[in-house]
Design a protein around this ligand. Sequence first.
Ligand SMILES: NC(=O)c1ccc[n+]([C@@H]2O[C@H](COP(=O)([O-])OP(=O)(O)OC[C@H]3O[C@@H](n4cnc5c(N)ncnc54)[C@H](OP(=O)(O)O)[C@@H]3O)[C@@H](O)[C@H]2O)c1
Length: 383
Amino acid sequence: MLRKELAKLPFSSIGFGCYGLGGAYGNKINEKQGIDLIQTAFDQGIKVFDTASSYEGTEEILGKAIAPFRHEVVVASKVGLVAGNIPDLSKSNVIASCKESLKKLGTDYLDIYQIHYDDPKTTVEETVEGLESLKEAGFIRSYGIGHLAKGRMLEYLKIGDVSTVLSEISVINNSSYTQLYPLHKKYGFDIMGFSVTGRGILSGEINHATKFLPGDIRAIDPQFKRSKLKSALRRYKKLKEISGDCGVTPVQLAICWVMQKEGIEVALIGPTKKEHLLENSRAAKCSIKKDIIDEIDSFIRKEGEWLKVAISEEVSNILDNQLNKDIVTAIKDLIYVLEHCLENNLMEHKRGAALYKQIIAVQKSDKSLNQIQKIKEEIKSSI
Ligand SMILES: NC(=O)c1ccc[n+]([C@@H]2O[C@H](COP(=O)([O-])OP(=O)(O)OC[C@H]3O[C@@H](n4cnc5c(N)ncnc54)[C@H](OP(=O)(O)O)[C@@H]3O)[C@@H](O)[C@H]2O)c1
């Protein structure tokens, strides 16, 4: 659908995302490095670039980097949060944010404009009205959605003309994609897959002893804890075992696995180091036989079954016992529990999001174990 809409543009099955450039994975890079990286991505054949108003400073860097070849690439940005991380998808903010993004990017149109996070206070009708008016005025060519609960996603799909949906998908986590796939079949949107290297796990550079840099979101990301990490590292090991025979590296095999999934139009990679970019972008030229993909799928299925049991036990243990006295560990444990509940629809999405906000507020304040204990009780009563 997207490819058809943007038919006149050269498209690439691997896209470059700017989340990491803004420091999300602890390595905030400067303008010169960012421009160099993005232009290298273009030289490697990447034609799709993804950013967001909330990826600090990256719209400006992306705009400067692509200026010499703006009309040869697809530029996607996102709307959702205003100052203080407050969601605002009102028609006026959607329009104002888009104009602000265009200014920062130094361009007069976006190819894809995406809803980044939900705003429960605004109706989908109102947000879609804003998006449609931007389309009519030529400020955007198409729009997409991401990070929404299923009910809200369905509202957008029924009311709007949604071209793309963002979804996490990798060999270590394909649950969002699996849930999205039937909707893709029904509504025909394209999927923009992200975190396709498992936020670096599938490169082999991460293990149980990895200490993340300050500001690296992986320090609190449940994927890098407990059974989830154990299973992810086994999946990496499996890729390592079979990748050599395919003439690719494990991370290239991981990206190829994503690219061949039905509905995935673009696999977004987000490295900040040039050597990682070069390794990952070469995956576009690799071809992997179906029996290898099937072998990976079968391994993922078995790991998924193991993980289900292991996480359920861990979650019960955390909820039924005293929280760890170390508040930082207690906070990470509760985030681990919450993510599990949300991923498995054990809790209403809105409720989960509110509890997550409460945990983060405690983390940022005086870190009281009492408050965390209360949130734990609220989680227990919400599932
Ligand atoms: N993550 C999200 O929640 C999200 C949501 C919506 C959209 N997106 C979009 O999707 C894009 C891609 O997602 P992502 O950034 O999570 O993808 P990702 O490429 O899976 O993760 C990036 C992390 O993995 C590391 N990495 C990647 N390739 C590597 C390699 N070959 N060897 C070693 N380490 C490697 C990077 O390290 P270095 O920095 O050291 O290179 C970085 O820390 C984002 O930039 C954003 O535009 C993301």
